[in-house]
Design a protein around this ligand. Structure first.
Ligand SMILES: [Zn+2]
Length: 387
């Protein structure tokens, strides 16, 4: 009974807040007639309506490194690769860190003082690495919108709208989007030229950065998967040192999932460099990890093991005490790619080998270790005309 009473008290207080906080009570004197609300929300945009006026591609080949090495400009969390914000002059901005497109994206907006959020934007498709910027029309015009509960509501023009009083939320049932956002990792991914000297002399190029996004999304999905968890426990013992000190596999998985982030760079003269968030890979690593490329992933997982604190003894980086981490990870990465379960399971999503923006002239004729047949990829690149 007490519980019931407090619930109704809560509801009463809640309703009072709703009334007092309702924007309708705080409207300025000059409320226009209903007929004046001629522009309806949501704004609907199809793929054809993306132009250079509203769309830019993140990490494109011509992007200056001052931009992509600046983590306030280019960074994302692996489980939140779609970023929504309000920028200056009332520009709504969407950024998508993904080598694959997603379909049917709805953006809801919530303005402080309004009871409910409302449908602001409907996008037929969000392109790979798209940055979309559009000026929000309800900053300067009163508009009619549909609320979350399906009611028609009036949004009153407010030139003082800023990032602090409006928020956005995405709704998207695209299976690929659901997959990447379901990751249990919350790694922050960003890019760096590091010292620009020695092994870091040849800095990360934009095509490497785009591949870094693929590697990050793939690894975070893989480590979150049940397939990995099962394989980890079925696999032989993992050792942290040459004395074969056993690694607790539950703790190991936690350590990977809870890692803070990776700062991708490019190194040469060595295959890779890793430790903490430092994560450097040689150019070949950015190309060969795919099963329909050479499917070489040993450095990718070797450096990751350094990032989570393991050294060269035992079998977490090199396999000094028997088959270990890099074999386990390679097996799961391969299996999930062949099953098309990894988010970016084919080199054909980006065709980085065809990109002339590279240090070692890319060998275009590297045969696939495994062939992946896929109508989605055929649509992207016209089919498997090359091996
Ligand atoms: Zn090493």
């Amino acid at each position: 009974m007490k519980k019931l009473f407090s619930t109704s008290l809560f509801m009463l207080i809640y309703s009072l807040i709703l009334f007092t906080g309702c924007s309708e009570d705080e409207l300025p004197d000059s409320i226009p007639e209903k007929d004046d609300y001629t522009i309806d929300l949501p704004i609907e945009l199809s793929e054809k309506e993306y132009t250079t006026d509203n769309t830019y591609y993140l990490l494109n080949d011509d992007e200056p490194d001052e931009v992509y090495f600046n983590s306030s400009q280019r960074s994302f969390y692996v489980n939140r690769p779609l970023q929504l914000s309000l920028e200056e002059e009332h520009y709504f901005q969407l950024r998508f860190y993904s080598p694959r497109a997603i379909s049917h994206v709805t953006i809801w907006a919530k303005i402080e003082g309004y009871d409910e959020d409302f449908k602001f934007l409907e996008l037929e498709k969000v392109q790979p690495f798209q940055q979309l910027r559009i000026q929000i029309p309800f900053a300067t015009k009163d508009m009619k919108a549909i609320s979350r509960s399906g009611k028609q509501i009036r949004i009153i023009a407010n030139p003082h709208l800023s990032a602090s009083n409006i928020s956005f939320e995405v709704e998207c049932n695209d299976p690929y989007y659901q997959k990447i956002t379901s990751s249990l990792c919350n790694w922050r991914i960003y890019f760096s030229g590091y010292s620009g000297e020695g092994s870091w002399k040849y800095k990360l190029l934009p095509p490497h950065a785009r591949e870094a996004v693929a590697i990050a999304l793939n690894m975070s999905y893989m480590f979150s998967s049940e397939a990995f968890e099962e394989a980890l426990h079925e696999f032989g013992p993992l050792h942290s040192d040459s004395n074969k000190t056993l690694i607790d596999k539950y703790q190991l998985r936690k350590r990977v999932l809870n890692h803070s982030g990776l700062r991708f760079g490019h190194c040469s003269g060595v295959n890779g460099l890793g430790g903490g968030e430092t994560y450097g890979l040689n150019e070949w690593c950015y190309l060969e990890h795919y099963v329909d490329d050479k499917n070489e992933t040993h450095t990718v997982f070797h450096e990751l093991a350094h990032c989570i604190g393991y050294g060269h003894d035992g079998n977490m980086t090199y396999e000094q005490t028997g088959p270990g981490w890099i074999t386990l990870c390679a097996n799961v990465y391969r299996a999930l790619s062949l099953a098309k379960e990894l988010p970016v399971y084919s080199r054909r999503f980006m065709h980085t080998r065809k990109n002339p923006n590279s240090y070692n002239k890319n060998d275009l004729n590297v045969p696939s270790k495994y062939i992946i047949e896929d109508p989605e990829l055929d649509l992207l690149d016209g089919g498997l005309t090359q091996k």
